[in-house]
Design a protein around this ligand. Structure first.
Ligand code: HEC
Ligand code: HEC
Ligand code: HEC
Ligand code: HEC
Ligand code: HEC
Ligand code: HEC
Length: 421
């Protein structure tokens, strides 16, 4: 015969479970806890280690001599990654299946050992690998569709998809447990009903478990409300910040032209192709003729046979006298006026200040927000490059009684009409 206490036990468990269940959903939904630190210092420290030791063979989002590294702590454990970086040969020799297969896939290329790296160094390296130089996820998704062989975004959105699947499965399992427990209770209650019980016990048994009561309980309502409010707030904030802002935009281009190759590796000057930056408002996108200066001779990538299909597209454009239809990345609305030569030639600002590390991009993406606030912030903070510019001599003199250096804001950089037609 079942005692009162064990019944209370069941009921308690059921209650606790219901609460735990919702707590778990809560923690899971917000469990963005990174496995490796994403602090700026760790990423910066990792970047210099990476550039010194790994860059010759690895890129974060693209296959090079070794695999694309981002996402390694999701593919493998952190511990595994550390052991592999320290001494990959030891891991391969230990018969680790994944390592052996990877080694074979990369034609038995030996990755050098890095025993000299401390555990802290390795943590920083992994921080950089997972969080460094990250393209906006939207851009990565877009870039993924483009990348020369579609590898750019390997590691991008996948983990969060996994997280969602895990959460959904957990919720289903917990729901099933709840249902089973409910069934057990109702069976047990029926069984007890048939026994001879004294008044006390009868009353206790007949106060059935009331699911409605749990739903109405304060604890439950508070948890659910908090979850809903947090979710709505997060969605709303994310949404508001991105209205009309195309930061990270990385459209597919008609030819897989790479700045990382041409501006980075081959070190062709930006001005060679973007002929307008120092002389006019617009930077200009090069015509196919400029490409042909080299590509009449360069028909393929080193080590590959036959004409590259991507370079063939340049020939087609020239032969048919048709422009290449590059997709515009940066685009201010018509109401705003921006002039390149004013910033590059007169202001002496580097392209990268506004466009980011173009010389590392396989596919160009919009690095800055290009909002009015972005223009204004810089005009508030940036000093005029007045040295050697006669035009500014008088202004600087007039300004010399002020303690602050002459900033763009002081020459009218905040006036509406300067930027708006
Ligand atoms: C000389 C080229 C070379 C250098 C330098 C190099 N690696 Fe590697 N790495 C490889 C190759 C090749 C592989 C593929 C496995 C193999 O062949 O051993 C690899 C594999 C890896 C893997 C496993 C990747 C995966 O997808 O499972 C990690 C992690 C890794 N390297 C990290 C690093 C780090 C961090 C550094 C710098 C401290 C570094 N590597 C330096 C060539 C290199
Ligand atoms: C060999 C020619 C060439 C060189 C050198 C070159 N670019 Fe480009 N650039 C292009 C072409 C072609 C496009 C259009 C296709 C694209 O967006 O990838 C482009 C696009 C761009 C864009 C995006 C334009 C838009 O649509 O908004 C920026 C920004 C840019 N380049 C900056 C640079 C900078 C900075 C450098 C120097 C570090 C540089 N480029 C060097 C050919 C070149
Ligand atoms: C100053 C010389 C030079 C100019 C100008 C130049 N390229 Fe290249 N480009 C090269 C070289 C060299 C390679 C091959 C690099 C290699 O062997 O890996 C190359 C490779 C390429 C590739 C890679 C082909 C493949 O199969 O992966 C494409 C695509 C390309 N260029 C497009 C362009 C376009 C489009 C322009 C004009 C906007 C342009 N290039 C202007 C020198 C140039
Ligand atoms: C002060 C910020 C700033 C600097 C510095 C800058 N750009 Fe731009 N760039 C922009 C903005 C803003 C646009 C969008 C312009 C528009 O839509 O009218 C743009 C657009 C472009 C475009 C697209 C075509 C065009 O002219 O609109 C190219 C190509 C480009 N920039 C290349 C360069 C190169 C190369 C340099 C360095 C020599 C450079 N930019 C320096 C802000 C900058
Ligand atoms: C990285 C800093 C930076 C950013 C970002 C920037 N500017 Fe500027 N801007 C400057 C500097 C520096 C000058 C002064 C150049 C000179 O000496 O004439 C300047 C000058 C100007 C001027 C001329 C002002 C005058 O009184 O002569 C205009 C117009 C202008 N910027 C528009 C824009 C617009 C529009 C944007 C955003 C799309 C923008 N700028 C973003 C740095 C910046
Ligand atoms: C340094 C350049 C600069 C100055 C100064 C400036 N703006 Fe703007 N403004 C911009 C740019 C760039 C945009 C486009 C931003 C975008 O597309 O998000 C813009 C957008 C706007 C818009 C349209 C907003 C929208 O949602 O499309 C208004 C309205 C506006 N500015 C008003 C003003 C007024 C009023 C002033 C003077 C108090 C002013 N601006 C001064 C650069 C400037």
């Amino acid at each position: 015969m079942l005692s009162k206490r064990s019944l209370v036990g069941v009921r308690l468990n059921f209650h606790t479970l219901a609460v735990l269940f919702f707590l778990l959903i809560g923690t899971q939904a917000f469990a963005a806890d990174p496995a490796v630190s994403d602090s700026d210092e760790a990423v910066a420290a990792g970047k210099s280690l990476f550039n010194a030791n790994c860059k010759t063979c690895h890129k974060l989002d693209q296959k090079a001599i070794g695999p694309a590294l981002r996402g390694i702590t999701e593919r493998r454990s952190i511990d595994w990654a550390k052991r592999f970086i320290k001494n990959s040969q030891a891991v391969i020799a230990s018969g680790d299946e994944y390592a052996v297969a990877l080694y074979a896939e990369y034609n038995n290329t030996n990755m050098p050992a890095h025993e000299f790296l401390s555990d802290g160094d390795l943590d920083n390296l992994l921080s950089y690998i997972e969080y460094g130089d990250k393209v906006d996820p939207a851009a990565q998704a877009a870039a993924g569709a483009v990348g020369a062989d579609g590898e750019v975004a390997a590691g991008g959105g996948v983990p969060s998809e996994y997280l969602t699947i895990i959460v959904v499965v957990l919720v289903i399992v917990l729901l099933l447990i709840l249902i089973v427990l409910g069934l057990i209770i109702s069976v047990l209650t029926k069984y007890i009903d048939k026994q001879d019980l004294d008044e006390d016990d009868k009353e206790f048994v007949s106060q059935k478990f009331n699911f409605g009561k749990v739903l109405k309980s304060d604890g439950f309502i508070i948890i659910v409300t908090a979850l809903v409010v947090a979710l709505v707030a997060k969605t709303a904030i994310d949404g508001l910040y991105s209205v009309g802002v195309q930061q990270g935009y990385a459209p597919t281009q008609p030819i897989a032209y790479s700045h990382a190759l041409h501006a980075g590796q081959l070190e062709i000057a930006c001005q060679y192709c973007h002929t307008g930056v120092e002389i006019g408002k617009s930077a200009n996108i090069p015509s196919p003729n400029i490409c042909m200066n080299c590509h009449t001779h360069v028909q393929n990538v080193q080590g590959k046979e036959g004409i590259s299909p991507e370079i063939q597209k340049i020939y087609d454009a020239v032969d048919n006298n048709k422009p290449i239809e590059w997709v515009r990345v940066h685009n201010l609305p018509d109401l705003a006026y921006f002039n390149h030569s004013q910033h590059v030639k007169v202001g002496g600002i580097e392209c990268q200040t506004c466009h980011g590390p173009i010389e590392e991009m396989e596919v160009v993406y919009q690095h800055s927000s290009l909002t009015m606030g972005w223009c204004i912030d810089c005009h508030r903070q940036t000093e005029i490059a007045s040295a050697g510019n006669e035009y500014y001599d008088k202004l600087v003199q007039l300004h010399s009684d002020s303690k602050d250096a002459l900033k763009v804001k002081d020459i009218g950089g905040l006036e509406c009409a300067k930027c708006h037609y």
